[in-house]
Design a protein around this ligand. Sequence first.
Ligand code: ARG
Length: 298
Amino acid sequence: MAHVIASADQLDFSITDLPSMPLPTEVLMVRPLHYTVDYVINPHMANQVGNVDTIEAQNEWDLVRALFDQIGLNVRLLEDHDGLPDMVFCANQSLPYIDQEGNRHALMSIMHADQRKREVPYIEQWYRQNGYEAHFLDETKIDDFEGCGDAIWHTGKRMLWGGYGYRSSLTAYESISELFDIPVIALELVDEAFYHLDTCFCVLDEKTVLIYPDAFTDEGLKLINTLFDKVIEASQYEAEELFACNACCPDGRNVIIQQGCTDVNKNLRDAGFSVHEVSTYEFLKSGGSVFCMKQMLW
Ligand code: ARG
């Protein structure tokens, strides 16, 4: 039965009650050989068409890849395709999952923008070649769902946080909750600069989250504050200009984040996290940073 929670008064469990889920051990990255800003599908891309330094973008991507490797993840690589300038943002085309028996699954996205729809079959093919079972949403009932751009695992637990409003539909989470037999906490997004949940919400460990509060409704903030012991808030500058909340903390300890997020980084260090700063300026032009540039796998 679907278990989608959209307000704090619907909460009927606490995080500690939930079954545990292994931490990811691998990460998929898509080499940005054809990355550029070619069209505008989010506010960050406005005025950036044709502005990407493609050599610099590849250098930045190499350093992000090196950091994932350095913190102990097995990095898997796939090449992008001509005419798919956003394929590098491989958090978006799927939602991977490992079940209680250790079988791997991937739910394929229904991209919101027509320009990105052709990315999905390439990612699906990679999953099929790598032992994952591919699943699909019913496109006659669900308009859009952009994978881990909007669906974010609670670290170490069989529960998802699901953003909706710009790129994913609330109805998608009913199907996902049933398919994976997990609760989903639905969060409405209300500021188009924060068009994916991963632009304003970063789970750091089981008890800690980094957010940009103005991207959420009061009800959403109540859910976040109820289910996390510690909520670190980013300023508008660090969240909107530097994508602080698009950081990635795959192991509950190491945080990879766009460089220059001074206040957030201080809070992260004070809370005991190791901070690894990296330049993703070329990707910020497209509205993405570290979290979008990878897909966590098992
Ligand atoms: N230009 C891409 C888009 O608008 C950026 C995607 C960034 N990904 C993310 N998970 N926030 O779709």
